[in-house]
Design a protein around this ligand. Structure first.
Ligand code: PBG
Length: 333
């Protein structure tokens, strides 16, 4: 700030808070439907919508129902839907081959959405955890999550997603060199326009608990993810990770989780000025829903406030399970 504010009573900051009209006039940030990415869970079957117990209001959908959700996104103006598969435990293996099966759930859902609702962009997740017998994002060899062999597999997974028609690929695995490897492979295989939204600063967080239920990975997970996901105590490291991923060819970057890491969002946006996203993760969603369902907070207001906070922190958009709810609310205003 270059100017010193006038002393009271010349300055009465409450003047510009006195009415809804004036508050609107001086409002610094806005939340719109354009800012939303809607994460959805895909499962097999037909006509299925199965509630996720730890995420009230969230369901796992069969592919036909995912197409309906994409149509709903289009009707509401939500620009992007992000797919996460709930994989049949029988298809989980140590070599994770289902991850690059052209016929896996994620790829079938992508093709079905692109055929029916092409205007909605599809984002997919690159990581081995939904397919891995031990729930890790990478291959486990003698107790170690190995980097380079995992990256080779992730490249195959990313290519199969691009072949299926994914618009945005979201590597959430936190292996080293995966963005560069995927970018090279996408360029070499005619997928110049496929975007990489890197989970660049992804922390080893307790807030992913409900998600692991939703994709059926919590029972499977052996140990923790601290040897690849970041230490919640670190901030400079996030800046190094974002710099690296941009240098390797990421088009957009993400901070994850969201609300406890708004300082990271702000630093990333200020340092790089690139499209920056935050993921309001499953545990954040579950906390707001649980408190609201108990009557302890006003769920609608808390939802809107939490999402506005991301915009204030410099984010261009938010991955949020609230996407359809907030889109409907914004449409009414
Ligand atoms: C998997 C992945 C996770 C999430 C997105 N992709 C879980 C994890 O890293 O264990 C979490 C999303 C959420 O909690 O909503 N690589």
């Amino acid at each position: 700030m270059t100017t010193t504010p006038a002393p009271f009573p010349a300055a009465r900051p409450r003047r510009t808070r006195q009415s809804s009209a004036i508050r609107g006039l001086v409002r610094e940030n806005t939340l719109t439907v354009d800012d939303l990415i809607w994460p959805v869970f895909v499962r097999d079957g037909e006509g299925v919508e199965e509630p996720v117990a730890s995420m009230p209001g969230v369901v796992r959908r069969s592919v036909d129902k995912i197409v309906e959700a994409a149509q709903e996104a289009a009707d509401l103006g939500i620009p992007t839907i992000c797919l996460f598969p709930y994989t049949d435990p029988a298809l989980k293996t140590a070599d994770c081959a289902e991850a690059w099966n052209p016929e896996n759930l994620s790829n079938r859902a992508t093709r079905a959405i692109k055929a029916a609702v092409p205007e909605v962009s599809v984002m997919t997740d690159v990581a081995l955890d939904p397919y891995n017998i031990n729930g890790h994002d990478g291959f486990v060899v003698d107790g170690e999550i190995v980097n380079d062999a995992t990256v080779e597999a992730l490249v195959k997974q990313a290519l199969s997603q691009a072949e299926a028609g994914a618009d945005i690929i979201g590597p959430s695995d936190m292996m080293d060199n995966r963005i560069g490897a995927m970018r090279d492979a996408l360029e070499a295989n005619g997928h110049q326009n496929v975007m990489l939204l890197s989970y660049a600063a992804k922390y080893a967080s307790a807030f992913y608990g409900p998600f692991r239920d939703a994709v059926g990975a919590s029972g499977a997970l052996k140990g923790d993810k601290k040897s690849y996901q970041m230490d919640p105590a670190n901030s400079d490291e996030a800046i190094r990770m974002v710099a690296r991923d941009l240098a390797e060819g990421a088009d957009m970057v993400m901070v994850k989780p969201g609300m406890p890491y708004l300082d990271i969002c702000r630093r990333v946006k200020d340092s790089f000025g690139v499209p920056t996203f935050a993921y309001q993760v499953s545990g954040e969603y579950a906390m707001i829903q649980a408190a609201a369902h108990n009557g302890w907070i006003d769920g609608e207001k808390a939802m809107l406030e939490s999402l506005m906070a991301f915009k204030r922190a410099g984010c261009d958009g938010i991955l949020t399970y609230f996407a359809p709810t907030v889109a409907r609310l914004l449409a009414k205003r």
